[in-house]
Ligand binder design. Structure first.
Ligand code: HPA
Ligand code: ZN
Length: 326
């Protein structure tokens, strides 16, 4: 399939990947050993066998538990390097990476330890593979807005190293409206903001993210297909969706790839991008997502070129950088 070969090998940007979600079982056990702690699983195979999710929450419970092996700046650096090596192998040349500081500061890991390690990994990754990486701080929506505001205060001395803000974790019952003050502050700091919306939550959460949080792009957004007026708005305004197909299957947003709304979103003219979300947990990195999409949809070369172009256009890289890419 020449279109698939093109899609796999062409330069791409990834805009939706959680660094904590790139923790492979092998590295999880290596870090547990290095830090003298034990995971509640006998071995890598037992851990991998637990990756049997039936909802976003069932995944999040395990994802937060595994993050406990991340203790030192070296751990965060090694995690970042492992992801960047895989990303470079998939011909990703630019990546905008989420990190969840509250998952770590709540365990007593200093904010600066997390950031220093991730930054070190980005620097080494750029030197080794020529890949450019940005960091997007994600707030956990199952916690209070006050908790998020305290995290933002911790982040403020490090703003030069943070390229944007996002919102993740348990969507249903935690609407964007809960974080209006927080996001107004983030925007006042001059940083772009994004939010997970319309993954498990209703299309109205996408509308709230746009109108109440002022987001520049929507993470997931796959339930936009349920609201024709919203689809038209996303297309007219050029709002990008960072779609994560294997994630959506693993978390049972859709029963199979044929039922995925990706085709409808593209047909409506929405600026769709493809991404891996939590590749260690969901069965693969970006090119694995591309293979799974192609098996179901058989897109032509022009569609794959458009998806790659969208990934650069929707990125937060400078205009000059984007001009060199697209
Ligand atoms: N949705 C919400 N929160 C998350 C996700 C996701 O797909 N991955 C990591 N945290
Ligand atoms: Zn996500």
């Amino acid at each position: 399939d020449p279109a698939l070969h093109l899609a796999l090998t062409m330069p791409k940007a990834e805009l939706h990947v959680h660094i904590e979600g790139t923790l492979e079982p092998e590295l999880a056990f290596a870090l547990a050993q290095r830090n003298g702690i034990s995971l509640p699983y006998a071995d890598q195979a037992a851990l991998a066998a637990a990756y049997n999710f039936d909802s976003l929450q069932s995944f999040l419970d395990l994802y937060y538990a595994c993050a406990d092996v991340l203790r030192t700046a070296d751990d965060f650096r090694d995690l970042m390097l492992a992801y960047l090596e895989r990303a470079a192998a998939d011909h990703i040349i630019h990546t905008e990476i989420f990190f969840d500081p509250q998952t770590h500061t709540a365990r007593g890991i200093p904010f600066a330890t997390v950031l220093d390690g991730l930054e070190d990994g980005l620097k080494q990754g750029r030197a080794r593979w020529g890949i450019s990486g940005r960091l997007i701080l994600c707030f956990l929506r199952h916690l209070s807005e006050e908790d998020a505001l305290a995290t933002l205060a911790e982040a403020e001395p490090h703003l030069a190293r943070i390229d944007g803000f996002g919102l993740d974790s348990s969507e249903q019952g935690n609407p964007p409206s809960k974080f209006q003050h927080l996001f107004a502050r983030c925007r006042a700091l001059g940083k772009p903001v994004v939010a997970h919306a319309g993954e498990e939550g209703p299309p109205d959460y996408i509308i709230q993210a746009l109108d109440l949080l002022g987001v520049k792009r929507i993470d997931h957004g796959v339930r936009a297909s349920e609201d024709p007026a919203l689809l038209a708005r996303l297309a007219a305004d050029g709002v990008a969706l960072t779609v994560c197909p294997l994630s959506n299957l693993k978390l049972r947003v859709f029963p199979d790839m044929h039922a995925h709304t990706l085709g409808q979103l593209l047909a409506a003219g929405v600026k769709v991008t493809l991404n891996s979300d939590d590749p260690a947990y969901f069965g693969g990195y970006l090119n694995d997502n591309i293979r799974a999409v192609q098996a179901a949809f058989q897109f032509d070369a022009a569609t794959w070129k458009q998806l790659a172009k969208n990934s650069f256009e929707a990125s937060f890289a400078s205009k000059a950088k984007k001009a060199g890419w697209v």
